[in-house]
Design a protein around this ligand. Structure first.
Ligand code: AMP
Ligand code: MG
Length: 354
């Protein structure tokens, strides 16, 4: 055989060999190319009085499905324990019985209460989950369309105060030292549920993901295919959109293994005789209102971001920014009620995409 024919045959045999190997690999592994990551979005579910969803990034569909399922299960678990609307939740049980006797709770409930007391101490009482009696006063006032009297607020305040909540870490029991005390975890439970959901997704094999409950969000690991980062919109308080936050965002944040939580009066408030009252209460005065229309906190933990966003709403811009500046890996973006400019902590800029 002439030399050039021999070369052609050699090339042909080589190509055939490569194709054969490829065919074997394809049938064995289902794909020739390095496996590509996939994204699965659970879609919005009604949870914790709002809407929640989980997005998982994984190497295959089954793992991604396992991850979003595990995330939603954790969110429901936290809601079942900590809702004050559900009569059989542990928080409702505490609200009924914890003055009469110490009540044993699950590790998760205990942990949230412990963290709540830590945040109360850190924020000089601005954050306080014993706010329940004041929440009730304001709820009744909204129903009656009549602002509460000073006497009503004073009476409720007598049953409020985190130092009246007594935890025993040895036997995981909780006790109230005043009878009318009521817990309300509305300012921290969503963040805690997000952290539990993220942990569950990581255990189930997610290489990346995002959990969103009512606009409080935590992202971790690999972004969705085709993206090089997780981008999260912060809602414009003046353009509220619908409950799923469809309005155009005011800011877009890039998050790497971080959480954001936003508190404000722009979505949840009471209208009493035409005047808008925030759902966030200053337990020091009993008053419902803030100089800030929106507070966004960025932190590595969603629990911390959630608690701090509520606390800074109460503390106001000056004290709130001073506190957040002191905390490691924590930033704040504040929008005053009469908006002319943002207030930001010194490290917030690095999270802002545009
Ligand atoms: P968030 O939207 O996270 O700021 O939580 C607001 C909810 O937390 C309110 O609807 C109340 O149920 C509760 N809350 C109100 N004021 C406070 C406060 N000062 N500290 C802790 N929780 C509060
Ligand atoms: Mg909060």
């Amino acid at each position: 055989m002439p030399d050039n024919k021999r070369i052609t045959v050699g090339i042909l045999v080589g190509v055939l060999l490569v194709l054969a190997v490829c065919f074997v690999l394809r049938t064995k592994q289902g794909s020739l190319w390095p496996a590509a990551r996939i994204k699965l979005d659970s879609g919005y579910h009604e949870v914790m009085g709002t809407f929640g969803r989980a997005v998982a990034v994984a190497m295959d569909k089954e793992t991604a499905q396992k991850c979003t399922r595990a995330a939603l299960e954790q969110i429901e678990m936290v809601d079942d324990l900590m809702s004050d609307y559900k009569q059989d939740s542990q928080i409702s049980r505490l609200n009924r019985d914890a003055f009469k006797q110490p009540v044993k709770v699950d590790k998760d409930t205990f942990e949230v209460l412990q963290k709540s007391i830590e945040f109360s101490a850190l924020t000089g009482g601005a954050f306080d989950v014993t706010v329940g009696p004041l929440v009730d006063v304001w709820r009744c006032a909204a129903e009656a369309n009549s602002a509460p009297t000073e006497a009503e607020l004073q009476k409720a305040r007598a049953a409020v105060g985190y130092e009246k909540l007594i935890l025993d870490a040895n036997d995981l029991t909780v006790r109230f030292s005043v009878e009318a005390m009521r817990l309300d975890l509305g300012a921290i439970a969503k963040g805690y549920a997000i952290d539990k959901a993220v942990a569950a997704m990581q255990t189930a094999g997610a290489i990346g993901g995002m959990v969103d409950i009512g606009g409080d969000i935590r992202c971790f690991g690999a972004p969705p295919p085709g993206k090089d980062r997780w981008l999260i919109g912060v809602q414009d308080p003046e353009k509220t959109g619908d409950l799923l936050g469809a309005a155009e965002p005011l800011l877009v944040l890039k998050l790497t293994n971080a959480a954001i939580a936003t508190s404000g009066d722009y979505r949840r408030f009471a209208l009493i005789q035409g005047k808008k009252y925030s759902h966030i209460i200053d337990v020091g005065t009993g008053g419902a209102g803030s100089e800030l229309s929106s507070v966004t906190i960025i932190s590595s933990s969603a629990t911390d971001a959630d608690a701090l966003a509520t606390a800074v709403s109460v503390m106001g811009a000056r004290k709130g920014l001073a506190l957040i500046e002191k905390l490691p890996n924590t930033e704040a973006i504040l929008i005053p009620s009469r908006r002319r400019k943002f207030f930001k902590t010194s490290g917030a800029e690095k999270h802002i995409e545009y």
